[in-house]
Write a protein that binds this ligand. Structure first.
Ligand code: PDD
Length: 293
């Protein structure tokens, strides 16, 4: 596997960083995950926009222009074997003597990128759906920043794994649903797709946007609004989305069936439309031209 670190492409075994890197010491950095279909980075402009939002959120200057990112990303894709990949971009505040406050003057940020094959859900999983649990959302109030400090998300996801489930759905203030530990969550009630609003309490998912666009383009009733905890438990269907999982049906919640306990009609429709979109748009789109931005 070829990775990128601070200006150079190299085998992953050769990529090394200092123990004083603020990413290692403080979790002081941000990241992105970008799916690549047929060697084309999907919605690169949106991912780079979200990356800029995350960098602004932690007051870290973007080390690259969008044009430079595009060239680096295209080269990373070319240097890795899989046709479908998922890219991981990671930027930290760099290497400095341990002090909570930002290094002054600023130091060079650490920039790391790697690629892994993108393996989508097997047919059996699409057929069965996945089990989820719920837990209080005990994260901070800037969940819109894609921060590398993921300890709460790690502990919340592990709760699901320990319960034999795939994901933990997070409930804020015992009142409303925000998202999953590493995914966005949709509710279906009476044929209508409900999505929580993009605010500071959830990550603005790129797949979330795609699902809402597909719903709008295909006449699937949908609404973006706060979703109460009771609505999650009374849902006809629950859906999970992310760049690596695409769209999955959640068929069990806290050990009880969701709706009929089988993937529902809205999931079936959205999943098919998503696969069509992937074939007709994602695999065909031209990436940002080199040097743009
Ligand atoms: N996670 N919410 C959280 C907390 C996430 O970590 C993710 C994605 C999403 C979905 O966003 P998108 O559709 O843009 O992938 C929502 C990535 C896949 C990860 O951390 O590996």
């Amino acid at each position: 596997m070829t990775v990128y670190l601070n200006g150079q492409f190299m085998p992953i075994e050769e990529a090394k960083i200092s123990v004083l890197d603020r990413g290692f010491i403080f979790g002081d950095g941000v990241y992105e995950v970008i799916p690549v279909y047929s060697r084309k980075a999907f919605r690169l402009a949106d991912h780079l926009r979200r990356l800029q939002h995350s960098l602004d959120g932690i007051k870290l200057a973007n080390p690259h222009s969008n044009g430079e990112w595009t060239d680096l990303i295209n080269e990373l894709i070319a240097r890795n074997a899989a046709e479908d990949q998922y890219l991981y971009l990671h930027i930290t505040r760099g290497v400095a003597k341990r002090d909570h406050a930002f290094p002054n003057p600023p130091v060079k940020p650490t920039v790391f990128m790697m690629s892994n094959p993108l393996l989508t859900a097997p047919a059996a999983l699409l057929h069965s759906g996945v089990a989820c649990i719920t837990a209080p959302d005990n994260r901070w109030l800037r969940c819109d920043i894609k921060a590398i400090a993921l300890l709460p998300n790690v502990l919340l996801r592990q709760m699901a794994v320990d319960a034999g489930a795939a994901e933990t759905i997070l409930i804020r203030d015992n009142a409303f649903m925000t998202e999953g530990a590493a995914s966005n969550i949709f509710v279906v009630k009476n044929g209508k797709l409900l999505a929580p609003p993009k605010d500071n309490l959830m990550l603005p998912g790129i797949t979330y946007d795609v699902v809402l666009e597909i719903a709008a383009a295909n006449g699937i009733p949908h609404e973006v609004r706060k979703i109460g905890v009771a609505e999650v438990f009374a849902a006809d269907e629950l859906l999970l989305t992310s760049s690596t999982k695409e769209v999955l049906a959640i068929t069990q919640l806290d050990g009880k069936p969701v709706g009929t306990g089988k993937p529902g009609a809205v999931f079936a429709k959205l999943h098919k439309l998503y696969q069509d979109f992937k074939r007709d748009v994602m695999r065909q789109q031209s990436p940002l031209p080199p040097g743009e931005g």
